[in-house]
Design a protein around this ligand. Structure first.
Ligand code: ACO
Length: 380
């Protein structure tokens, strides 16, 4: 029988799978995708090439990458019926809810559960990677009553997404920085949303349901939703001078500081270092952000005060500043995280199918036994 001493809240430290997709060393601040460091991928790869690496387990040849990119370009458009459905969403709804609903809706249109057919797997991968950005951009415009912008086949993945958001062809540095952001967010071992994807996948349901369930999990403020809250916090702090008093107040209330802390990293998240560098590149070209110095000071002071507990900046701390400089509204930050993480979720979906066993953990029952049913008219 399972005992309470075996219970690990949040399943902390409990291995849930065998996986060869990514690796994190939280003490060294190391992240690898299929054995390649995130620094090399950020510097030398593209998001689509990295997605291929994650999903198929090897770097593609030139031809394989060209075919993959071509298929994704070809599948970027979404069905009119999905656009019509999205038009009915309330304009005040959060884009993550819109994305979760639209991702699930894809499952209505594409034949279900041919999970032993490699063509079905490939098509699902391509459709999800291709259509999720289009759905995010479409909701951004449709909630204002505008028609969505059609994808442009002459633009690559990231440039096309930024174009669909703003109807303007993006600056090459902006498109490059955005593409690196996607690479940085593409995968991160068994985090909450990936685990959610794996649990859903283990029932052998369709991949659109797998991604929809992961999107729903990513939406929470303790996971993907934190970068939106980081910017709100920086605005609330307002000035470098206010950093210490603001932090004193938060710590007195024992409140969490958004963008800091991580279940695995006990040093600065390597992605935060790369993102900070990308933010600086953007500020150099397009002008600084008034809250950047507030962020730098906050990071310094949090490190002073909470570094001994292993609390350092995580991936969400600088990503909001980068996205804002790219002109992206803050409630799209988490959907953009989802666009990137689709690659990792799909890699885990594929890996799960190979060695599938339905997830069915156990529990430690803490309720009563042999209670008597009391008819409603006899209850107080
Ligand atoms: N600010 C202040 N204290 C913190 C923070 C923080 N951001 N994070 C952890 N701590 C403290 C806790 O209060 C706790 O202190 P105690 O031991 O004195 O009680 C200790 O560090 C351990 O914290 P837990 O919450 O138990 O750590 P856990 O591993 O469960 O949480 C999490 C990790 C959820 C990310 C947490 O650090 C947090 O809430 N951070 C803020 C939200 C955030 O930035 N989320 C994005 C994470 S990255 C991602 O999902 C992409």
């Amino acid at each position: 029988m399972t005992t309470t001493s075996e219970f690990k809240p949040g399943l902390e430290g409990v291995p849930a799978t065998l996986s060869s997709i990514s690796y994190v060393d939280g003490q060294k601040g190391l992240l690898e995708y299929r054995g390649i460091s995130i620094e090399q991928l950020a510097e030398q790869s593209t998001f689509l090439e990295t997605s291929y690496l994650l999903i198929w387990g090897k770097l593609p040849t030139k031809d394989e990458l060209a075919d993959f990119e071509h298929e994704i370009r070809y599948h970027r458009r979404i069905k009119y019926r999905i656009r019509d459905m999205m038009k009915c969403f309330p304009e005040t709804g959060h884009p993550m809810d819109a994305l979760q609903t639209s991702a699930a809706a894809l499952g209505l249109f594409y034949s279900r559960r041919a999970l032993d057919n490699p063509d079905y797997i490939r098509q699902a991968v391509v459709r999800l990677l291709a259509k999720i950005p289009t759905m995010v951009a479409a909701f951004k415009l449709m909630r204002k009553g505008n028609d969505p912008v059609q994808p442009r086949d002459d633009l690559d993945y990231s440039a096309n997404f930024l174009y669909m958001l703003s109807e303007k062809e993006p600056d090459p540095l902006a498109a490059h920085v955005f593409d690196v952001c996607l690479t940085l967010h593409a995968e991160h071992t068994i985090n909450a949303s990936t685990f959610s994807a794996m649990v859903t996948a283990s029932t052998l349901t369709d991949p659109y349901a797998v991604i929809a369930s992961a999107v729903g999990t990513l939406a929470g403020p303790l996971h993907g939703g934190a970068n939106e809250e980081v910017l709100e916090m920086l605005e609330e702090i307002g000035s470098v001078e206010n950093v210490r008093p603001y932090l004193d107040n938060l710590m007195e209330k024992k409140a969490k500081i958004m963008g800091f802390g991580h279940r695995v990293y006990k040093v600065k998240d390597p992605r935060a270092t790369i993102l900070q560098n990308l933010a600086e590149q953007l500020f150099e070209k397009f002008g600084s952000d008034q809250y950047y110095q507030v962020a730098v000071e906050l990071e310094k002071v949090v490190q002073e005060r909470l570094g001994h507990k292993g609390i350092y900046a995580n991936v969400d701390f600088y990503s909001g500043l980068v996205y804002r400089k790219l002109g992206i509204p803050s409630d799209l930050f988490t959907p953009i995280f989802a666009i990137a993480r689709v690659a990792g979720w799909l890699a885990h979906w594929k890996e799960q199918l190979v060695k599938n066993r339905i997830y069915r953990p156990t529990q430690i029952y803490t309720g009563n036994h042999a209670e008597t049913y009391i008819p409603i008219h006899e209850r107080n």
